[in-house]
Design a protein around this ligand. Structure first.
Ligand code: FAD
Length: 335
């Protein structure tokens, strides 16, 4: 089948009926891609009590929204959501399908791709249409970027983290077609979602922090890591990390910054004991001023930051902490 004019789909992502910012971001990017292909942007919106989001989705650039508003879809369920999306895909044949690299998208995208027997590129950092009209999906790899294409199978599927694409300026008054998806949406007897528990993040949230400190493998051990935790607290900074800090059990996965973690846009970024691997650094490209502390003066991280400090972080951070404490005491005594 020729899919040249088939639509581009975005699978909307909502939690507790709140639309996640990644959805309008993906719709905005889908609009740019669709304009190149002279096709339409369509969104699949599943949940309960979610039809209030349609205005925002149209304003971001969608032409049509398939709305499944039903109690059986209220909470994300991997099997039920996969069934609905696969069935719709087989009816409407989108040429491209985009999802957020969110807790839902990371699970749902491979399930849908496997059922449709098509390719999927996870955690993309850019999406373009090439001269053959094929989706080029860029990911960081091998110290740079590589481009992946899915030339034969359809849809071409990609996931993208929140913050990779900007939130589009809403086009007020822009409307489109709403298509209601009818149930029944068969509940699964194998998996049931009983409750959705949202964890409150510790400390300053990374998404809004004006200063972000990220610690890496160079922290060495829990004691070294705790020095970085203390530094973030005293500077009122958001605390992020690289993959090894998660693997070591020093930090939680939801504080990992990078391709498969969070994208941050702070005024100041301070990377401590990390090597500057692309998979981490793509998450901090929005930072205004970048600083790194690394004991290896040849570390690639120094090529990517504005200020580089060559030192052992286990020596440097305690001295820095002491100086900040003294400075704060002086400030208090002067008042
Ligand atoms: C598909 C894929 C997705 C990935 N996604 C992510 C992601 O989202 N986020 C992420 O972070 N990683 C991700 N990774 C892992 C990534 O490739 C790197 O392995 C990781 O970022 C490296 O972390 P690091 O810099 O802390 O460790 P390392 O690369 O081991 O670097 C440690 C650095 O610390 C320095 N150092 C050592 N001791 C000290 C000391 N005492 N004082 C100061 N400096 C010291 C060393 O010189 C070195 O430069 C991903 C990998 C893959 C394959």
């Amino acid at each position: 089948m020729n899919h040249d004019n088939n639509p581009i789909w975005v699978i909307a992502d909502q939690e507790n009926c709140k639309l996640l910012p990644v959805t309008p971001q993906l719709v905005g990017q889908a609009r740019l891609l669709a304009d190149v292909l002279a096709t339409s942007v369509e969104v699949v919106l599943l949940g309960e009590g979610i039809d209030t989001h349609t205005e925002k989705i149209f304003a971001a650039g969608a032409d049509r929204i398939y709305v499944g508003d039903h109690p059986d879809l209220a909470m994300y369920h991997p099997e039920v959501y996969t069934d609905v999306i696969v069935k719709l895909t087989l009816e409407h044949h989108p040429q491209i399908m985009l999802m957020g690299s969110t807790s839902m998208g990371r699970e749902l995208a491979p399930l849908v791709a496997a059922r449709l027997e098509t390719g999927l590129t996870a955690h993309c950092i850019d999406l373009r249409i090439n001269q053959k009209g094929i989706l080029e999906q860029k990911i960081p790899a091998y110290g740079g970027e590589i481009t992946i294409v899915c030339p034969e199978r359809r849809p071409q599927m990609a996931t993208v983290a929140q913050g990779v694409f900007p939130s589009p300026s809403p086009e007020g008054g822009r409307g489109g077609e709403i298509v209601s998806i009818q149930g029944p949406f068969l509940p699964s007897d194998r998996i049931q979602t009983l409750e959705l528990v949202m964890e409150e993040p510790d400390g300053i949230p990374l998404d809004t922090a004006s200063c972000v400190i990220a610690g890496g493998a160079g922290a060495g051990d829990l004691q070294g890591w705790n020095q970085i935790v203390e530094l973030a607290a005293i500077l009122n900074a958001g605390l992020g990390c690289t993959r090894p800090a998660v693997d070591e059990g020093w930090a939680e996965l939801d504080t990992m910054i990078g391709q498969s973690g969070k994208m941050v846009n702070p005024e100041t970024y301070l990377g401590i004991g990390l090597s500057g691997e692309q998979q981490h650094m793509v998450g901090v490209t929005g930072a205004n001023v970048m600083i790194a502390i690394n004991s290896d003066k040849k570390s690639p991280v120094f090529e990517q930051v504005d200020v580089g400090i060559v030192d052992d972080c286990r020596d440097f951070v305690p001295v820095l902490l002491e100086k900040i404490r003294k400075y704060k005491e002086q400030q208090t005594s002067c008042q």
